[in-house]
Design a protein around this ligand. Structure first.
Ligand code: ZN
Length: 277
């Protein structure tokens, strides 16, 4: 079965980290001029700025503020650090509210000094602790399962099945899941996981990029769509089949692309979006 390509930019969102050399002001100007309709803001991009005014500036340039990245990092053997993480997540919720976005993406965290079961219990407790603030701010939190290569320190939630289980167990309208093709493409149970996520109304975000082969840096060598081995269009069709019609978010950390001219890079992103998403 052939899957129809995307024919306009109405669902294209780009993360500020994708064009990291640009300030948020430069990113907004260029995204807007390029016809991009959504922006996901990384918290570092807001440093030293009035968050509310920044949110207004994004909207005045025709951009939807899709989400704030990122909260999470709940687990630690040290109770003080767990409390610090909860406090920081409460701040992130405040920031999302001020910015005027309704979603925070969570990189849930893991502590290699303890079992994954313990880390997941602390993730459950950490998210539970911030849910009252999330609800009163009208901000939802999305659990983003991370590729197992990050299972030591970044996340004890590594598959969509685990993310679905956690979101279902938390049993709140304010908790869902972010699907990122980079983390999940290899999973033989991905299609049914996406279907289950959609059926439970838990699919809150969809992130794309590509997996380069070989990958030379575990964190900062993500590829542009079409450069690697991820069946992005096929996964997009599974996401679409759930009824999800939100933004498709380009999230690329790349030492290689950050060295290049960002205006050229933006053009490449838009071309790749049409050709491979
Ligand atoms: Zn992501």
């Amino acid at each position: 079965m052939s899957i129809a390509p995307i024919t306009d930019l109405s669902r294209l969102c780009i993360h500020t980290i994708t064009t990291k050399p640009w300030s948020i002001e430069e990113a907004v100007r260029n995204f807007s001029a390029g016809g991009v309709k959504g922006i996901t803001v990384w918290r570092d991009a807001l440093s030293g700025r009035d968050i509310k005014k920044t949110g207004d500036m994004l909207r005045q340039n025709g951009l939807s503020v899709v989400s704030l990245c990122r909260g999470g990092f709940f687990p630690s053997k040290d109770p003080l650090k767990r409390q610090t993480a909860i406090d920081d997540n409460r701040r992130a919720i405040d920031e999302a509210f001020e910015l005027g976005t309704r979603l925070i993406v969570l990189v849930c965290g893991a502590d290699p000094a303890q079992s994954h079961e313990d880390s997941r219990k602390q993730i459950y407790d950490g998210i539970s602790a911030v849910l009252p603030e999330a609800e009163s701010a009208g901000v939802r939190v999305a659990i983003e399962p991370l590729h197992p290569m990050y299972a030591d320190t970044r996340s004890a939630i590594n598959t969509i099945a685990q993310a679905n289980e956690m979101a279902e167990k938390l049993n709140s309208n304010w908790v869902g899941v972010a699907v990122d093709v980079y983390h999940l493409w290899w999973d033989p149970l991905l299609e049914e996981g996406i279907e289950r996520c959609g059926r439970n109304n838990k699919l809150l975000a969809f992130h794309i990029c590509d997996w380069k082969s070989p990958t030379v840096d575990l964190l900062n060598d993500r590829g542009l769509m079409g450069e690697g081995c991820i069946p992005i269009r096929k996964i997009r069709s599974w996401v679409d089949a759930t009824g999800f019609n939100g933004f498709i978010e380009v999230e690329i950390f790349s030492n290689e692309y950050w060295k290049q001219d960002q205006s050229q890079f933006l053009k490449k992103i838009i071309t790749a979006y049409y050709n491979h998403v």
